[in-house]
Write a protein that binds this ligand. Structure first.
Ligand code: HSE
Length: 297
């Protein structure tokens, strides 16, 4: 049997929504799967050059973990998997979350698990430790989640804006970016921080991008600590805001920065920004309203 699996990338945090807010974007990981005699992964795009070709591949590792959860580890049929990706690795656009989601979707079809969307979100969040990349990659759109062992989530409709990605040519491992964060906040700091997150959610729900942009700049959770790891962060932030972005934020753990801009202005802004900062890759990305899609071929 053969299947295709398509999983959208994602951005996470959107300022103060640390480990909680994420939204799906229109760059994709695509898998073509055929049952075969032994496992083999074939990289069919430059982004994936050098990925493990056998059972060390992250997608297989996830398939195996899901199989174990359901006591089916001895029933996994071998497959040839051709992988194509548009998502740059370790840049804060949820590339590893797409592999986790693809592995869960693959286990679901190979082992006939009949997982619900909620099951998939729970399994993926258990694996990642937070829902902000995996939930939008599974469900599409903007998802706000809470995780304390059990994941609870709610979706928010988003329209009218484009997210312009400014992608530097170096990787930043999430682990290193998390090591830069403080270990604790006082009660007063926690109350302040949660109010920034609360206003961010209200603004997101209203499509009040100006207010969301202001709150992004008041994020006390991660950007003040992580920006030291990203050369030119302050300079770019200042430039993009001055050029008319509603808001600018570090995408997930970085190093990609995203500017929230009016849909109609996105293409002309990208042309201008490319000229100003040619050493970065610039993409005008849209919210992907569909989550992962699995088809039998
Ligand atoms: N919320 C996560 C972080 C996303 O910022 O570390 C990346 O895994």
């Amino acid at each position: 049997m053969s299947w295709s699996i398509k999983v959208p990338s994602s951005t996470a945090n959107l300022g103060a929504g640390f480990d909680s807010i994420g939204l799906a974007l229109n760059l994709y990981l695509e898998l073509n799967i055929e049952e075969a005699d032994e496992w083999q992964f074939i990289a069919a795009s430059a982004c994936l050059e050098g990925i493990p070709i056998g059972k060390e591949n992250l997608v297989y590792q996830i398939v195996e973990q899901v199989a174990k959860l359901y006591g089916k580890e001895n029933q996994i049929p071998a497959c040839h998997v051709t992988m194509k990706s548009e998502i740059p690795l370790a840049r804060g656009l949820g590339s590893s979350a797409t592999a986790v989601v693809a592995g869960i979707e693959l286990a679901n079809v190979l082992l006939d698990l009949h997982l619900t969307e909620a099951d998939k979100v729970q399994i993926a969040t258990d694996m990642e430790g937070h829902p902000d990349n995996v939930a939008p990659s599974l469900l599409g759109g903007c998802v706000i989640g809470h995780y304390d062992g059990t994941v609870t989530y709610s979706q928010v409709a988003i329209k009218g804006v484009t997210f312009v990605a400014c992608i530097p040519n170096f990787e930043l491992k999430t682990k290193d970016a998390r090591n830069a964060l403080p270990v604790q906040f006082s009660f007063k700091e926690s109350v302040q921080a949660s109010s920034v997150a609360n206003v961010s959610i209200a603004a997101l729900c209203q499509g009040d991008w100006q207010t969301l942009g202001e709150m992004m700049d008041k994020d006390p959770f991660h950007q003040p600590y992580r920006k030291a790891l990203i050369p030119h962060y302050d300079e770019l932030h200042h430039y993009l805001k001055e050029q008319g972005a509603y808001g600018v934020f570090l995408s997930g753990a970085g190093p990609t920065m995203l500017a929230v801009v009016e849909e109609e202005k996105a293409n002309s802004l990208v042309d201008k920004w490319k000229e100003g900062y040619p050493d970065y890759d610039w993409f005008a990305l849209q919210v992907e309203h569909r989550g992962s899609v699995v088809e039998k071929i």
